[in-house]
Design a protein around this ligand. Structure first.
Ligand SMILES: *Cc1c(COP(=O)(O)O)cnc(C)c1O
Length: 484
């Protein structure tokens, strides 16, 4: 275990040179006595180099995309180009203030307007709000829009939203938060919506249907038009969870195949950094008839330039975030889209699909795969063979991967596949790195036969071994071991 910054402290050592004080008034006069410190704060006394070494060393204990492949399914951990960081730090962006007069914000508003337009085109929707700052908040915005739509139409009997059992946990949570009853739809034997069952549960009380496509098994839901017709026949709306749009860019426009609402995770598909709870962006796109309910303002344009448009404030669901969302995240996504262009975006999706299929093929002889057809941008393998034959479970496999320099896939999700390992390599990985990951997974399959004890002990090389996830939620000190 490396030293804490306080253990590095050495009396009298300093890493900063402060400018001379410019104010003559003694501090006693400036700060009322009751607010003054009684003792000097305990601060580490370290040099600049000490601090640099400390933080660089800490950062390397973590895993990040620049260090190694990060195949965390449903999270799209693709490389974030560094030009985004360079440009977004430019003072033209960094020094803006949202209370500036509109006339002095024209460049920023143009950028937001263009991003709205590009996302509208990518999704085939009529209008987009950039305001939500996470996928889950995009969902909240979308489901509030469903609520507002029905309220405006007097559809007070519409109380339920249908969600497949493969959905991300945020979907039912969001619907519940808004006040809808959630009805679960089982997947069929092909890992898709069970149409016969859907026909049974759709009725006059159905307010909406929330679908992830490709679904969390990495499979494209093939019955969209049929689903849309069924739902629209009872005036229900169809929401697409588009957090993971990485298989669809330039190939499918959800708004053109029957979806009414979609949210995007810019911090997944559009290559803005995420993880660690940092800022995200979850814009929402809607079809024409739902535009009146979007949060205000949206960006508009006329002969006098770009505007923060509050025209539909009376029908809007209101604001879901201060100002215009996470501006700096939106700037990064804008740069990503403009740099790739339409062709580049499509190619990103094609390569994401190709990479996932390549890995699936390389692993299928070593790990059980429930749905072995062509996948989209991700696929779900599982540890059920290893568990049955060698008593090694998916958590053991995931932990062993850390020893081999890779982040683990998403594990135990989707819930409908026991011992699930959801693998999403993304388009930014080369054939060499895909092969290195496949080799590591195959080695682990071998190890599980020859030395299962090793896998129960893994990880062996990380600074922290296994942590108690449940306790870690409550005790903010993750550095303890599971007691056997
Ligand atoms: C990531 C994800 C979400 C939630 O997005 P956040 O930005 O984490 O709130 C919702 N649905 C799916 C399918 C996701 O992968």
């Amino acid at each position: 275990m490396s030293k804490t910054i306080f253990e590095l402290s050495s009396a009298g050592r300093a890493g900063a040179t402060l400018p001379p004080r410019e104010i003559d008034t003694p501090l006693d006069k400036l700060i009322p006595q009751k607010y003054q410190r009684l003792r000097a704060p305990r601060l580490p006394e370290v040099s600049e180099l000490d601090v640099m070494r400390h933080y660089i060393s800490l950062s390397h204990k973590n895993h990040f995309i620049e260090k190694g492949l990060y195949p965390l399914g449903s999270c799209t951990m693709k490389y974030n180009p560094k030009i985004h960081e360079l440009l977004v730090r430019n003072s033209c962006f960094a020094n803006l203030h949202p209370y500036q007069p509109e006339s002095t914000l024209q460049g920023a508003l143009e950028l937001l307007y263009e991003l709205q337009k590009d996302l509208s085109e990518i999704s085939g929707m009529a209008q987009v709000t950039l305001q939500p700052v996470a996928g889950a908040q995009g969902e909240f915005t979308g489901i509030k829009i469903i609520e507002a739509y029905h309220k405006a139409k007097g559809n007070t009997h519409k109380t339920k939203i249908i969600i497949p059992d493969s959905a991300h946990g945020t979907n039912p949570a969001t619907c519940h938060l808004v006040g809808f009853d959630v009805v679960e739809l089982k997947s069929d034997e092909h890992g898709r919506c069970d149409m016969a069952r859907l026909r049974e549960i759709v009725d006059e009380n159905t307010a909406g249907f929330m679908l992830t496509n490709p679904n969390t098994l990495g499979l494209f839901e093939t019955h969209i038009e049929e689903i849309a017709e069924l739902l629209h026949s009872v005036d229900a709306l169809i929401y697409m969870d588009g957090a993971n749009l990485n298989a669809l860019l330039g190939i499918v426009q959800p708004g053109k195949i029957g979806f009414d609402i979609i949210h995007f995770n810019l911090h997944k598909t559009f290559s803005t950094p995420h993880g660690g709870g940092g800022p995200g962006a979850g814009p929402v796109g809607v079809v024409e008839k739902l535009i009146p309910y979007l949060p205000v303002p949206i960006m508009s344009k006329d002969d006098n330039g770009y505007h923060l448009d509050y025209a539909h404030a009376a029908t809007s669901i209101g604001k879901v975030h201060t100002f215009y969302g996470n501006f700096a995240v939106l700037v990064r996504a804008y740069i990503y889209i403009k740099m790739l262009g339409a062709k580049g975006l499509r190619r990103a999706s094609e390569n994401a699909i190709l990479n996932a299929n390549y890995l699936q093929k390389r692993l299928e002889a070593y790990y059980h795969i429930q749905h072995k057809e062509y996948c989209m941008h991700e696929f779900v393998a599982d540890g059920s063979w290893q568990k049955k034959e060698n008593g090694v479970n998916t958590l053991d496999i995931a932990k062993r991967l850390l020893d081999k320099g890779f982040h683990a896939p998403t594990v135990y999700f989707p819930l409908i596949i026991p011992e699930a390992m959801m693998i999403e390599p993304t388009e930014t990985e080369s054939l060499d790195s895909l092969n290195a990951f496949a080799d590591a997974m195959i080695e682990i399959a071998q190890e599980s036969k020859e030395n299962p004890e090793l896998l129960h002990e893994a990880p062996l090389t990380t600074p922290v071994r296994r942590v108690d996830d449940v306790r870690a939620v409550k005790v903010l000190d993750p550095i303890f071991k599971i007691e056997k």
